[in-house]
Write a protein that binds this ligand. Structure first.
Ligand SMILES: [Zn+2]
Length: 200
């Protein structure tokens, strides 16, 4: 292999910690340098579309909605060919069958610079397994915090709130400020019974 080695740079933290903004900011620098840049977003509600993200500096960043299952490998091969700089937003949504961590490593091994934004924990407080796997193979990691909605300290947890109180249920449920809020370690409410780290 020749040329510069690729690398994997991962941005993690709770919801509302600015992961996507940081991802785009890091990728935008490569657009300014004239590099080909592609951002992938997960297909989380069975839509398929292509669009663009306009960055803070007014750059256009193509954003491609990617399948998150076993179809992902072929899709990635078709769409990543011409970009030396690749981004993956909301990486926690990729399913094990997509083998995303392995794909990221393949891309880095082929000299690509790969940026990944991934939610750290689910609303039970448990790590997302795929995020943990990606962090383990990353060259660089940014850990971001949000601001606790209760006390204003740095927040590293994402609490699901329904009717004003912490609620627990299915792991994946798409929502924004209507359903989730950031909490610090003191203010995060753990479920009374749950599968904890090490049980999964
Ligand atoms: Zn707090």
């Amino acid at each position: 292999m020749s040329g510069n080695p690729g690398k994997i740079i991962t941005i993690t933290g709770p919801m509302f910690s600015g992961k996507t903004s940081r991802l785009i900011e890091l990728m935008e620098r490569h657009i300014l340098a004239g590099r080909n840049v592609t951002l992938f977003k997960p297909e989380i509600d069975s839509r398929y579309s292509e669009n663009e993200v306009v960055t803070h500096k007014g750059m256009k960043l193509p954003a491609i909605i990617a399948p998150t299952d076993e179809r992902f490998g072929e899709f990635l091969d078709a769409h990543a060919k011409n970009s030396g700089i690749l981004g993956f937003d909301e990486a926690q949504f990729w399913k094990p069958s997509a083998r995303l961590p392995q794909r990221l490593e393949d891309l880095a091994n082929s000299g690509r610079i790969v940026y990944v934004a991934a939610l750290n924990r689910d609303h039970f407080g448990n790590p997302f397994r795929i995020t943990a796997d990606i962090l383990a193979i990353s060259d660089e990691i940014y850990v971001l915090s949000a601001v606790c909605s209760k006390c204003g300290n740095d927040a590293i947890f994402t609490q699901r709130i329904i009717n004003g109180v912490p609620a627990f249920g299915e792991i994946i449920r798409i929502g924004g400020k209507d359903l989730y809020e950031p909490r610090c370690r003191n203010c995060f409410v753990w479920p009374s019974t749950q599968m904890r780290i090490g049980d999964i």
